[in-house]
Design a protein around this ligand. Structure first.
Ligand SMILES: [Zn+2]
Length: 249
Protein backbone atom coordinates (compact mmCIF):
# COMPACT_ATOMS: atom_id res chain seq x y z
CA UNK A 1 0.00 0.00 0.00
CA UNK A 2 2.82 2.38 0.96
CA UNK A 3 4.41 1.73 -2.39
CA UNK A 4 1.26 2.93 -4.16
CA UNK A 5 1.06 5.99 -1.96
CA UNK A 6 4.66 6.84 -2.75
CA UNK A 7 4.07 6.31 -6.46
CA UNK A 8 0.95 8.47 -6.29
CA UNK A 9 2.81 11.24 -4.50
CA UNK A 10 5.62 11.04 -7.03
CA UNK A 11 3.11 11.30 -9.85
CA UNK A 12 1.51 14.39 -8.30
CA UNK A 13 4.93 16.00 -7.82
CA UNK A 14 5.76 15.19 -11.44
CA UNK A 15 2.53 16.69 -12.79
CA UNK A 16 2.87 19.76 -10.57
CA UNK A 17 6.49 20.34 -11.67
CA UNK A 18 5.50 19.89 -15.30
CA UNK A 19 2.76 22.51 -14.90
CA UNK A 20 4.79 25.16 -13.11
CA UNK A 21 8.07 24.64 -14.98
CA UNK A 22 8.54 27.71 -17.19
CA UNK A 23 7.97 27.40 -20.93
CA UNK A 24 10.01 29.10 -23.61
CA UNK A 25 6.78 30.76 -24.74
CA UNK A 26 6.47 34.54 -24.67
CA UNK A 27 3.10 36.12 -23.79
CA UNK A 28 1.87 39.05 -25.90
CA UNK A 29 -0.81 40.85 -23.89
CA UNK A 30 -3.63 42.49 -25.88
CA UNK A 31 -5.20 45.65 -24.47
CA UNK A 32 -7.41 48.32 -26.02
CA UNK A 33 -8.36 51.12 -23.61
CA UNK A 34 -7.22 52.09 -20.14
CA UNK A 35 -10.13 54.23 -18.96
CA UNK A 36 -13.04 54.34 -16.55
CA UNK A 37 -15.43 53.55 -19.38
CA UNK A 38 -17.75 50.64 -18.67
CA UNK A 39 -16.66 48.57 -21.63
CA UNK A 40 -15.40 45.01 -22.04
CA UNK A 41 -12.33 46.34 -23.91
CA UNK A 42 -11.45 48.86 -21.23
CA UNK A 43 -9.48 48.26 -18.04
CA UNK A 44 -9.47 51.00 -15.42
CA UNK A 45 -6.28 52.86 -14.50
CA UNK A 46 -6.14 51.15 -11.10
CA UNK A 47 -6.68 47.68 -12.61
CA UNK A 48 -3.96 48.41 -15.17
CA UNK A 49 -1.62 49.62 -12.45
CA UNK A 50 -2.24 46.42 -10.43
CA UNK A 51 -1.40 44.36 -13.51
CA UNK A 52 1.81 46.27 -14.30
CA UNK A 53 2.84 46.05 -10.63
CA UNK A 54 2.15 42.30 -10.69
CA UNK A 55 4.33 41.87 -13.79
CA UNK A 56 7.18 43.83 -12.24
CA UNK A 57 6.98 42.08 -8.86
CA UNK A 58 6.94 38.69 -10.56
CA UNK A 59 10.06 39.32 -12.58
CA UNK A 60 8.54 40.00 -15.99
CA UNK A 61 10.44 42.24 -18.41
CA UNK A 62 8.52 44.09 -21.11
CA UNK A 63 10.18 43.83 -24.51
CA UNK A 64 9.23 45.09 -27.97
CA UNK A 65 8.24 42.85 -30.88
CA UNK A 66 11.51 43.97 -32.45
CA UNK A 67 13.39 42.51 -29.46
CA UNK A 68 11.41 39.28 -29.79
CA UNK A 69 12.11 38.96 -33.51
CA UNK A 70 15.81 39.76 -33.07
CA UNK A 71 16.07 36.94 -30.55
CA UNK A 72 14.32 34.58 -33.00
CA UNK A 73 16.93 35.54 -35.60
CA UNK A 74 19.73 34.79 -33.15
CA UNK A 75 20.59 38.47 -32.57
CA UNK A 76 20.42 39.42 -28.92
CA UNK A 77 19.20 37.52 -25.93
CA UNK A 78 15.85 38.01 -24.26
CA UNK A 79 15.64 39.00 -20.58
CA UNK A 80 14.19 36.56 -18.07
CA UNK A 81 10.37 36.23 -18.24
CA UNK A 82 9.83 38.42 -21.30
CA UNK A 83 6.38 39.85 -22.01
CA UNK A 84 5.11 42.01 -24.89
CA UNK A 85 2.38 44.52 -23.99
CA UNK A 86 0.23 45.58 -26.96
CA UNK A 87 -2.62 48.04 -27.44
CA UNK A 88 -4.96 47.91 -30.45
CA UNK A 89 -6.70 50.87 -32.12
CA UNK A 90 -4.59 53.76 -30.74
CA UNK A 91 -6.75 55.31 -28.03
CA UNK A 92 -5.62 58.58 -26.49
CA UNK A 93 -5.64 57.01 -23.02
CA UNK A 94 -2.75 54.77 -24.10
CA UNK A 95 -0.64 57.93 -24.00
CA UNK A 96 -2.40 59.89 -21.25
CA UNK A 97 -3.07 57.08 -18.75
CA UNK A 98 -1.26 53.84 -19.63
CA UNK A 99 2.16 55.26 -20.55
CA UNK A 100 2.85 56.98 -17.17
CA UNK A 101 1.82 53.78 -15.34
CA UNK A 102 4.05 51.64 -17.56
CA UNK A 103 6.97 54.00 -17.04
CA UNK A 104 6.45 53.80 -13.27
CA UNK A 105 6.88 50.00 -13.41
CA UNK A 106 9.62 49.99 -16.08
CA UNK A 107 7.29 48.53 -18.71
CA UNK A 108 6.92 49.44 -22.37
CA UNK A 109 4.40 48.70 -25.07
CA UNK A 110 3.57 48.31 -28.74
CA UNK A 111 0.60 50.39 -29.98
CA UNK A 112 -1.17 49.37 -33.20
CA UNK A 113 -2.46 52.60 -34.71
CA UNK A 114 -5.25 53.14 -37.28
CA UNK A 115 -4.22 56.26 -39.29
CA UNK A 116 -7.78 57.26 -40.26
CA UNK A 117 -8.75 57.38 -36.56
CA UNK A 118 -5.80 59.54 -35.50
CA UNK A 119 -6.94 62.95 -34.28
CA UNK A 120 -10.59 61.94 -33.85
CA UNK A 121 -12.42 61.91 -30.50
CA UNK A 122 -10.85 59.54 -27.94
CA UNK A 123 -7.97 58.60 -30.27
CA UNK A 124 -4.32 59.64 -30.28
CA UNK A 125 -3.22 62.74 -32.17
CA UNK A 126 -0.19 62.51 -34.47
CA UNK A 127 1.75 64.49 -31.88
CA UNK A 128 0.89 61.87 -29.26
CA UNK A 129 1.84 59.03 -31.62
CA UNK A 130 5.28 60.63 -32.05
CA UNK A 131 5.55 61.28 -28.31
CA UNK A 132 4.77 57.61 -27.60
CA UNK A 133 7.48 56.55 -30.02
CA UNK A 134 9.97 58.92 -28.40
CA UNK A 135 9.14 57.40 -25.02
CA UNK A 136 10.09 53.86 -26.13
CA UNK A 137 6.71 52.72 -27.41
CA UNK A 138 6.85 50.62 -30.56
CA UNK A 139 4.34 51.75 -33.20
CA UNK A 140 2.64 49.17 -35.42
CA UNK A 141 -0.16 49.27 -38.00
CA UNK A 142 -3.75 48.16 -37.52
CA UNK A 143 -4.83 48.95 -41.13
CA UNK A 144 -5.83 52.31 -42.57
CA UNK A 145 -9.50 52.23 -41.53
CA UNK A 146 -9.95 49.35 -39.06
CA UNK A 147 -11.66 47.07 -41.54
CA UNK A 148 -11.96 43.27 -41.35
CA UNK A 149 -9.50 42.09 -44.01
CA UNK A 150 -11.55 38.97 -44.83
CA UNK A 151 -14.39 41.19 -46.05
CA UNK A 152 -12.48 43.11 -48.73
CA UNK A 153 -10.66 42.31 -51.99
CA UNK A 154 -6.90 41.67 -52.15
CA UNK A 155 -6.46 45.11 -53.81
CA UNK A 156 -8.28 46.81 -50.96
CA UNK A 157 -6.25 44.78 -48.46
CA UNK A 158 -3.08 45.99 -50.15
CA UNK A 159 -4.21 49.60 -49.75
CA UNK A 160 -5.06 49.10 -46.06
CA UNK A 161 -1.76 47.35 -45.38
CA UNK A 162 0.67 49.41 -47.48
CA UNK A 163 -0.79 52.89 -47.01
CA UNK A 164 -1.09 52.60 -43.24
CA UNK A 165 2.59 51.63 -43.09
CA UNK A 166 3.62 54.57 -45.29
CA UNK A 167 1.57 57.15 -43.35
CA UNK A 168 2.77 55.90 -39.95
CA UNK A 169 6.39 55.91 -41.08
CA UNK A 170 6.07 59.47 -42.38
CA UNK A 171 4.88 60.60 -38.97
CA UNK A 172 7.30 58.75 -36.73
CA UNK A 173 10.32 58.71 -39.05
CA UNK A 174 11.02 55.02 -38.38
CA UNK A 175 10.19 51.77 -40.18
CA UNK A 176 6.86 50.21 -39.16
CA UNK A 177 7.20 46.44 -39.49
CA UNK A 178 4.56 44.97 -37.18
CA UNK A 179 0.84 44.64 -37.73
CA UNK A 180 -2.29 43.56 -35.85
CA UNK A 181 -5.35 42.19 -37.70
CA UNK A 182 -8.57 44.11 -36.92
CA UNK A 183 -11.06 41.64 -35.39
CA UNK A 184 -8.30 39.01 -35.78
CA UNK A 185 -9.46 38.44 -39.36
CA UNK A 186 -7.33 37.71 -42.44
CA UNK A 187 -7.42 35.66 -45.64
CA UNK A 188 -5.03 33.27 -47.41
CA UNK A 189 -3.50 36.16 -49.38
CA UNK A 190 -3.05 38.58 -46.46
CA UNK A 191 0.30 37.16 -45.37
CA UNK A 192 1.73 37.53 -48.88
CA UNK A 193 0.55 41.17 -49.04
CA UNK A 194 2.06 41.88 -45.63
CA UNK A 195 5.38 40.31 -46.65
CA UNK A 196 5.49 42.25 -49.91
CA UNK A 197 4.75 45.48 -48.03
CA UNK A 198 7.77 44.81 -45.79
CA UNK A 199 6.15 43.69 -42.55
CA UNK A 200 7.98 41.18 -40.38
CA UNK A 201 5.12 39.90 -38.27
CA UNK A 202 1.47 40.23 -37.32
CA UNK A 203 -0.56 39.68 -34.15
CA UNK A 204 -3.72 37.58 -34.29
CA UNK A 205 -6.50 37.15 -31.78
CA UNK A 206 -5.60 33.49 -31.14
CA UNK A 207 -4.86 32.72 -27.48
CA UNK A 208 -1.50 31.31 -26.42
CA UNK A 209 2.21 32.01 -26.07
CA UNK A 210 4.83 32.45 -28.78
CA UNK A 211 8.00 30.52 -29.51
CA UNK A 212 10.47 30.70 -32.39
CA UNK A 213 8.39 28.04 -34.19
CA UNK A 214 5.17 30.15 -34.03
CA UNK A 215 3.96 31.50 -37.40
CA UNK A 216 5.22 35.11 -37.33
CA UNK A 217 2.13 36.25 -39.25
CA UNK A 218 -0.21 34.65 -36.71
CA UNK A 219 1.37 35.62 -33.40
CA UNK A 220 -0.72 34.54 -30.44
CA UNK A 221 -1.93 36.89 -27.75
CA UNK A 222 -3.32 36.88 -24.24
CA UNK A 223 -6.43 39.04 -24.33
CA UNK A 224 -6.87 41.32 -21.30
CA UNK A 225 -10.48 42.58 -21.24
CA UNK A 226 -12.19 44.38 -18.36
CA UNK A 227 -11.64 41.97 -15.42
CA UNK A 228 -14.64 40.74 -13.49
CA UNK A 229 -12.52 39.08 -10.81
CA UNK A 230 -9.68 41.54 -10.25
CA UNK A 231 -6.03 40.59 -10.44
CA UNK A 232 -6.81 36.89 -10.09
CA UNK A 233 -8.36 36.93 -13.54
CA UNK A 234 -5.21 38.48 -15.00
CA UNK A 235 -3.06 35.84 -13.31
CA UNK A 236 -5.38 33.11 -14.56
CA UNK A 237 -5.23 34.40 -18.12
CA UNK A 238 -1.42 34.34 -18.02
CA UNK A 239 -1.49 30.87 -16.48
CA UNK A 240 -3.95 29.55 -19.07
CA UNK A 241 -1.70 30.78 -21.90
CA UNK A 242 1.25 29.10 -20.15
CA UNK A 243 -0.74 25.85 -19.92
CA UNK A 244 -1.77 26.01 -23.60
CA UNK A 245 1.86 26.48 -24.49
CA UNK A 246 2.80 23.45 -22.33
CA UNK A 247 0.23 21.35 -24.13
CA UNK A 248 1.50 22.56 -27.51
CA UNK A 249 -1.79 24.27 -28.39
ZN1 LIG B 1 -8.91 46.88 -33.39
Amino acid sequence: MNKYLALGALFIVFVFSWIVWPTAGVPILAYHQVSEEDDIYSVTASQFEDQMKYLQENGYHAISLEDLFKSYQGQGKLPEKPVVITFDDGYEDNYLTALPIMEKYSMRATVFVVPSLVGTTEYLSWQQVSALEERHTEIGSHTMSHIALNEISPEEQRHEIEDSKTVLQQHIGKPVVFFAYPYGQFTGTTEQILREAGYQGACSGVAGLNRSSTDVFALKRVNVPHPKYGLWEFRLRLFRAHLYSKLGL
